[in-house]
Design a protein around this ligand. Structure first.
Ligand SMILES: NC(=O)c1ccc[n+]([C@@H]2O[C@H](COP(=O)([O-])OP(=O)(O)OC[C@H]3O[C@@H](n4cnc5c(N)ncnc54)[C@H](O)[C@@H]3O)[C@@H](O)[C@H]2O)c1
Ligand SMILES: [Fe+2]
Length: 506
């Protein structure tokens, strides 16, 4: 296996570390910073946590504080003008994902005269005019550690994903004490954003052993602390865990990419100005249920690591609990549906097709374990429009695996005609565990079952190892030939016509 690893060169993590920003600048020989932040950070005085120590160290700090949530290319252009008017040698992105993304985009845009849209993925935006040091104040985007920036094309209402080393911060400070003042709604939205980064990186087709380890670690930190941080904003342990989990999830998806949730979420944000984490939350339970059939083992493991399921739950049960658990989070965190958010139903319908096209064009849905076409994405937008309860989604036929996909390689059970055979015991061993590597089908049968054959006939026809054992041609499993005496059938390799139980020649 071959893969890349990208991450910032230096990260300082811990409560109160924002005050040590000067050390980081000194480490890299930087001394003329422009702080890129938003008006809330200035009004609340939070930005002083980095400006004061720098000024104390005799460093003159410039401030550009006109960034907006879900930043646009026009704001980035204004930022570049501000930057060019001064003599700066680095940018400090201070705030939530929006100011950090603005700082990254400013560095990339300042490389030339092209518009922001020229840098959108799949273009590799590997160059930045100035290094960026990121100091997040939300536990969500992980932008402090990613090679992405997300900028809205204001003229076209399109959230553009810009990817490359130019968007990767040189260094970052991850200080959870900056998140104590995050409002409840933003705590919930950013927390779900962080969890969806971990989950999408974990199930992504581009996942690597490196991204996997961080995704699992992030889920283990975020899942048990999300509701605590929401209900108890001053809970230091929960805030610390969320902050670290968000950063780990950021590094993970920076290397594995995100998938369908993010692909579908960006157009909702761009057209209806729904905060990024909130639109993810609206989509997460439905998209998870839609995707489970294609990566049931991964979703099951995510459920177990997140505490939604236990080790004794089967993969089917665990994955089911994950989808239900995510819907329960939405209820607990008061996540509205798009309808509940107040979006005009006529406009939603009118934009649905364009949103699906934009989602596909971003490339993120292609990383999903179950890759949807345009019609399926439009159907998913229909599903999430008014439904986010676990029960609604469980019974929604639009989330079920279509028959044509259920056939063939992934089909597990000819007898029960289901990929998720709910039968316990022998039935499950035969059909439920094919891809999870448990005993049973995988060991005894190298091929999927295809028809409504009796158990015996199915084995004879498809279970090559067993056939070999029966005729003695190379079987070495310790299964006694005597055990199968009386079943008559022989392996084709022994050149003798076999007979089925009824004595018919095969
Ligand atoms: N670059 C990436 O890898 C990446 C990943 C995911 C999302 N994003 C982008 O990040 C943006 C969202 O960032 P976000 O979710 O962090 O929100 P945000 O930066 O837009 O902030 C949301 C609101 O919370 C306020 N806020 C932030 N920190 C605060 C604090 N400590 N106390 C009080 N108020 C505070 C902000 O002022 C703002 O009003 C979106 O544009 C999204 O597309 C980027
Ligand atoms: Fe995100």
């Amino acid at each position: 296996m071959e893969f890349n690893i990208v991450a910032p060169r230096f990260m300082l993590v811990g409560g109160g570390t924002a005050g040590r920003i000067g050390e980081i600048l000194a480490k890299f020989g930087l001394s003329r910073p422009l702080v890129v932040t938003d008006p809330v950070m200035v009004a609340t005085g939070l930005v002083r946590r980095v400006i004061d120590p720098l000024e104390k160290a005799g460093i003159t700090v410039g401030v550009f504080s006109d960034t907006i949530p879900e930043p646009t290319d026009t704001v980035v252009v204004a930022g570049v003008q501000h930057m060019r008017a001064g003599d700066y040698d680095c940018l400090i992105g201070f705030g939530g994902g929006s100011p950090i993304d603005t700082a990254k985009a400013m560095a990339i845009l300042a490389m030339g005269d092209a518009p922001m849209s020229a840098y959108k993925a799949p273009f590799a935006a590997d160059r930045g005019a100035l290094p960026v040091i990121a100091v997040p104040t939300t536990a969500g985007t992980g932008s402090e550690a990613t090679r992405f920036t997300v900028i809205t094309d204001a003229a076209r209402d399109e959230k553009m994903l810009i990817a490359g080393l130019g968007a990767l911060p040189l260094a970052g400070i991850v200080d959870y004490e900056l998140t104590f003042s995050v409002p409840k709604r933003t705590t919930a939205d950013t927390g779900i954003d962080a969890y969806s980064h971990a989950l999408e990186a974990w199930v992504s087709k581009r996942a690597t052993p490196f991204s996997d380890a961080l995704a699992l670690a992030a889920m283990e930190l975020i899942a048990p602390n999300l509701l605590t941080a929401y209900h108890e904003p001053q809970n230091a342990k929960a805030r610390e865990a969320m902050m670290l989990g968000a950063m780990q999830a950021g590094i993970s998806f920076s290397n594995a990419s995100v998938a369908l949730v993010h692909g579908m979420s960006r157009p909702i944000g761009a057209h209806f100005h729904v905060p990024h984490g909130l639109s993810n939350a609206m989509l997460l339970p439905a998209v998870t249920r839609f995707s489970i059939p294609a990566a049931i083992g991964r979703y099951a493991e995510a459920a177990r690591r997140s505490g939604f399921a236990t080790a004794s739950d089967s993969d089917e049960r665990a994955a089911d609990k994950l989808a239900d658990g995510l819907a329960a989070w939405n209820a607990a965190l008061s996540v509205p549906t798009p309808r509940g958010f107040g979006i005009d139903p006529a406009v939603w319908q009118a934009k649905k097709e364009l949103m699906a096209e934009q989602a596909l064009a971003s490339g993120s849905p292609g990383n999903n374990p179950r890759v949807p076409d345009k019609a399926e994405i439009m159907a998913l937008y229909d599903v999430v429009w008014g439904a986010n309860s676990g029960k609604d989604l469980r019974n929604d036929p639009r989330l079920a695996q279509p028959r044509r996909q259920a056939r063939g390689r992934d089909r597990r059970c000819g007898r029960h005609r289901s990929r998720h055979c709910a039968l316990a015991g022998r039935g499950r061993r035969r059909c439920g565990a094919a891809r999870s590597g448990r005993r049973g089908l995988r060991q005894s049968c190298g091929r999927p079952h295809r028809g409504r054959l009796s158990r015996n006939r199915r084995r004879l026809r498809y279970c090559r190892p067993l056939e070999r054992r029966r005729c003695g041609e190379g079987g070495d499993s310790g299964v006694s030939r005597d055990r199968y005496r009386g079943q008559q059938r022989r392996h084709p390799a022994c050149q003798q016509p076999g007979r089925d139980r009824a004595g018919r020649v095969e």
